[in-house]
Design a protein around this ligand. Structure first.
Ligand code: GLA
Length: 527
């Protein structure tokens, strides 16, 4: 499954001022930035946001009116240019019949609408675009239900793929909600509860602005770790690094996006020369690798004291964690991360590396203390330690047509096919943190789905990409908060018509322990 999309978008620095030459210069800038990344992951998408069309209606054939002065050669020409630089091209539209932006006469740009979805997304694919962000200004104004709307658009995107062989990476933008703001259209039903498998990424908060308060606000509103797993990402918005914050704040912003496993869509003007600080901060391969880690998980908040926060992310490989020590106070402070909070064996030795300084700091047991985390800044670490052993969950009752069949390639020698529902029981003792690994097979060529219900809570939709054949097992790792003592988990098909994977096993894997859980455990230990 693809890691969080990396690239650049026009909105933060250009607003509606996009045209062929300007976007071409930005694509050149992104290619030049990539050339400065020594190894590993590189920026990929050049996304054109609002402003590419400015008409209030469609032409006589129902197409968006593309201004030939703004886009000589049409939208195909800019997509082609972006491709010629080895990059991918993104475009933008609204889910409802009017865009967010307004014309000089006060009327809005025309948007898309259910009657035009097939037509519009086919057009974007035919023009050669690889990515589409779908905003919700017209959707909200017309009272559309976000989930139904975006599911319907996902189907149009699939149909466009069937016709053209060109798949659009789908970015949802209904801004989600934040716990205290009831004015958002899907308050309490944010896309993190339903959008995995509908699209690749979904906005979780209001628009970011290039100031640190906005960065911190969006980060907090984006905290939905149970909604994110490989291929499906919470999106705290396009980045504002290199715009007008200090280098210390820029570094914190990039680190916090990376520990979140957030899409890294830059927003600064890449057509202008970058300061040495900006160039350095945007091209650190170790920081990018943390963002792009194949498990695709979001980091968890594992400790907090006032304005000092420790976040940690489970990475691929045994005993691997990334950590951000974030000091959002007004003076430099020492900060500590404990192995216990990372779900590592506390008495084991672990290697600590400073990824911004790009140097190993040594081997430590129990914890590591950074002597001085700068005010408003971070220290970002990787920690390689020892995981406790995984704990297998025992399959119990099968229902709805699910059957257990022999499977020599599965850990338990059996797998469950024909979901239905399978119930598992397990306990969190011995492995903490709420991470489970699901071994599965999907011999189709498409992603299939299952719903996970944990302790009777609201089900989460999980997506299972193809594994190639019936005999080869894949695995996804997801975060589902455990409760103390026995836990009950079930996996079910989404509905009778949605294909589900065969399930090989469910195991608890160790990972960072979220703050509230570790606090509860500490309190139990005190009693
Ligand atoms: C909304 C989105 C932004 C941007 C603007 C364009 O506000 O949230 O990201 O696309 O629209 O008008």
């Amino acid at each position: 499954m693809p890691p969080p999309p990396m690239g650049w978008s026009s909105w933060n620095s250009l607003g509606e001022g996009v045209n062929h030459d300007v976007v071409k210069a930005e694509a050149d800038g992104l290619a030049a930035l990539n050339a400065r990344i020594a190894s590993g992951h590189r920026y990929e998408y050049v996304n054109i946001d609002e402003g590419w069309w400015r008409s209030g209606q469609r032409d006589a054939s129902g197409n968006f009116i593309v201004d030939a002065t703004q886009w000589p050669g049409g939208m195909q020409a800019i997509a082609q240019y972006i491709h010629s630089k080895g990059l991918k091209a993104g475009i933008y539209i609204d889910a409802g019949p009017r865009g967010c932006g307004k014309r000089a006469d006060g009327t809005h740009f025309v948007g898309s609408d259910p009657a035009h979805y097939d037509h519009d997304f086919l057009q974007f694919a035919q023009w050669g675009f690889d990515f589409v962000k779908v905003d919700f200004c017209g959707g909200a104004a017309n009272g559309y239900d976000p989930e139904k709307t975006y599911r319907s658009i996902a189907q149009s995107i699939s149909r466009a793929y069937s016709k053209t062989g060109h798949r659009l990476t789908f970015s949802l933008c209904d801004w989600g909600t934040i716990p205290t703001d009831k004015s958002f259209p899907d308050y309490n039903e944010g896309p993190w509860t339903w959008a995995a498998g509908v699209g690749t990424m979904w906005r979780t908060t209001r628009d970011i602005t290039p100031d640190f308060d906005s960065v911190v606000y969006n980060l907090a509103g984006n905290y939905h770790p149970e909604g994110q797993h490989t291929g499906y990402y919470n999106d705290p918005d396009m980045m504002v690094a290199g715009m007008r914050m200090s280098a210390v704040h820029d570094q914190a912003h990039i680190s916090l996006w990376a520990i979140s496993g957030a899409p890294m869509i830059l927003g600064n003007d890449l057509a202008k020369p970058l300061s040495p600080d900006t160039a350095r901060l945007l091209t650190n391969p170790e920081v990018l690798a943390i963002d792009q880690d194949a498990l695709g998980l979001q980091g968890l908040l594992v400790a907090q004291s006032g304005r000092l926060q420790v976040s940690a992310k489970l990475l691929t490989g045994t005993g691997q964690r990334a950590v951000v020590l974030f000091n959002n106070s007004a003076k430099a402070a020492p900060m500590t991360v404990t192995w216990d909070s990372l779900g590592l064996v506390p008495s084991s030795q672990a290697t600590v590396r400073d990824v911004w300084a790009r140097k190993d700091l040594g081997r430590f047991t129990t914890s590591y203390t950074a002597p001085g985390v700068p005010a408003g800044g971070v220290i970002m670490l990787t920690i390689s330690g020892t995981d406790p052993s995984p704990v297998m969950w025992q399959p119990g009752a099968l229902a709805g047509g699910a059957v257990s069949v022999r499977c020599p390639t599965c850990a338990s020698g059996n797998k469950i096919t024909g979901l239905g529902t399978v119930n598992f029981s397990g306990t969190s003792l011995g492995a903490r943190g709420g991470f489970i690994e699901i071994g599965y097979a999907n011999d189709s060529t498409r992603t299939v789905f299952a719903q996970l219900t944990m302790n009777g809570q609201r089900p989460a939709m999980l997506a299972f990409p193809p594994t190639g054949s019936d005999a080869s097992m894949g695995a996804i790792t997801v975060y589902v908060p455990f409760r103390a003592g026995p836990n009950a988990l079930s996996l079910s098909n989404a509905d009778a018509s949605t294909p589900a994977p065969d399930i090989g096993y469910v195991a608890t894997v160790s990972g960072p322990v979220p703050l509230s859980q570790s606090e509860a455990i500490a309190r139990r230990a005190e009693n």
